[in-house]
Design a protein around this ligand. Sequence first.
Ligand code: BGC
Length: 756
Amino acid sequence: MTSAETSDLTPAQQASLLTGGGFWETARAGDVAPIVLSDGPHGVRRQMQGTDHLGLHHSEPATCFPLAVAVGSSWSVEVAERVGTALARECRSLGVGVLLGPGVNIKRSPLGGRNFEYYSEDPVLTGVLAAAHVRGLQNGGVGASLKHFAANDQETDRMVISSDVDERTLREIYLAPFQHVVKNATPATVMCSYNKVNGVYASESRWLLNDVLRGDWGYEGVVVSDWGAVHDRVAALAAGLDLAMPGPGDRQTQAVLAAVEDGSIGLDQVDAAASRVTALSREYSNEPVEPFDVEQHHAIARELAADCAVLLKNDEGALPLSADSRLLVIGEFAESPRYQGGGSSHVNATQVDVPLEHIRAHASERNCEVRFERGFDTKRDDELQLRATAVAAAAEVDVDVAIVFAGNPDSEESEGYDRTRLELPSDQIALIREVAAAAPRTVVVLSNGGVVTLEGWHDEVDAVLEGFLRGQGGGAALADILFGVVNPSGHLAETIPLRLQDTPSYSTFPGEQGHVRYGEGVMVGYRHYETVDAAVRYPFGHGLSYTAFETRELVTVTTGPDTASVQVTVSNVGERRGKHVVQVYVGTEAGPVRRPVRTLGGFAKIDLDAGQTKVVSIDLDRSAFAYWDIERDGWVVASGVYEIQIGADASTVVARQHIDLRGDDLLPALSLQSSVGEWLSHPVAGPALGPLLSALLQQASDREDGSSAVAAQVAEAPVMPDVVRLMPMIQLVGVSGGAIDPNKLMALATQSVQTR
Ligand code: BGC
């Protein structure tokens, strides 16, 4: 039987649709046109000649928008969606039907080589921003490819390693952003990753692709492989993978046909996968439309980048720069900015804003003087001379502020390998320290794809502006912030730790002997630091502004058994317009599993004029309260008390309120392995069991046949001793000398579930 989509196709044509027709396109079959897929995620890497998935060969000029690391720090749904909208226009004009992104893997370790392509260490922030990106892209007529599914959170051995993760951790942290985007934005495709998940290649994991993605989440789009992630085409098809990329793939098509022939795969499976690829080709088009407006898109890239930079430190109002400052700009990245990472996401930018030029432009409109010293050079080794000259310049009497542009060298941040250290290069640390000792004021501007530690120099400088990798308009955006033309409004989407050793995945990242064990479980990022109360340099959610905000009148109401609505009043009490992020966290001890001290439940970014006040409402749905219950194999909202917290960041709670949630109407499941205490405190089984148990135990002790010293003790004790309460019921059955019948107990357990 063939579906309507594929009714005109022969089985051979259907099978041919399941592997790419070329490096960047699907196959043509009958009247099904090839669809072009291109990287992604923050710019279009459209290759017309010379193909590769490592970002080596030429691609057509396109706008490099802020990278996910920067968009994550914007905490702005609007920024994420506008990136998607603009990308859609570029895809349409460059003949791309599906753009390979966004990436929603979690920053499990700050060393992750591709962290610049991912949003956050938090699944909620990641999921919400990625869904907005997908909406923008798909509303513009271009399909998204949500990647890399799943647990592809490092580059070391990424093509072979097994990410060994328990199911609760997978569901709550690593799958959660995928689930959010699938359910809320319906991405056209989902890209499976290279790695194995718990020993099975993602491309061959029936559990991941079929049971979770299609079954639990109801996904109906195309599952595409990462480039070269399919090892066994038939096994991958059986698991639920529709499209193996890249092509051409005659051998793979023949393997599929042979499997149909020998009955190891059904033609209906081939048809189902082919009809999804066909539907994709019918829905999206590669027909190039008119060229995008290069200047307009550059302006968008600049505007959006300004929302992303995070002002980490600003002592005594060092920033914004005052109008008559004499400035000494130092550092290679002021002149040759780092604005994107290496690998398949590398964009051939249409133009790049140079911070130094924009600083000069702002200065010339004011009464500022600007000088420049290179200070270091990531490609040369004469740094001692460069540093000495810069430090000497900083010590001169006519310098008011030194601005050091520091960051990670290009070569250290790329797809394909992880970083090996968390600090800035040692020559840059030395430069910052020496400049800070010489200049009256020192401002450090950072460019890096993953966070760096600030230890060894943070306390010596007056201000730190974390610019991350912010795309081609970021140089101008940074200058706008330095001069106060734009008020910084970014917040960290990732904790800045004091030391690598403090990071929760430290002892297991990046794994050994083919396995990486996610031993920290759900305690990822701030979930760990807050739960163990560990010191960090800057917490998740931290970010300063040139104005000040006041938060008050928190009102939380329950809107159902497992939902709530939060309302808070925010005022801009400073003298400038600015943007503020309301961060809502949830904490609870309800339920049988250990929860992080707090988890982000929702957030909103608002724009306030000086003196303005707004009331902000944020709805918290069931997912803000639920945990993954391995016994019930599902999400559970435990009934109990939940604390709703408004955080200035993940470790600074500025308002809190308790609510009671009825939660799920679930009774604890009982088995003979449950403790005696669990049996007795069970709301249905407990009352029925109590008298029965006492009577039986009394009988056992009356017999005085020595069968049960424990039973006698239990029967006589006024309060059940802990040693018995904590004992598995099966043990008590054993020592009761037959007085307690396990069959009767299990009948009672089953009956208790039915009675409620
Ligand atoms: C990367 C993907 C990318 C693909 C195509 C792979 O190596 O992991 O993110 O979309 O290549 O370039």
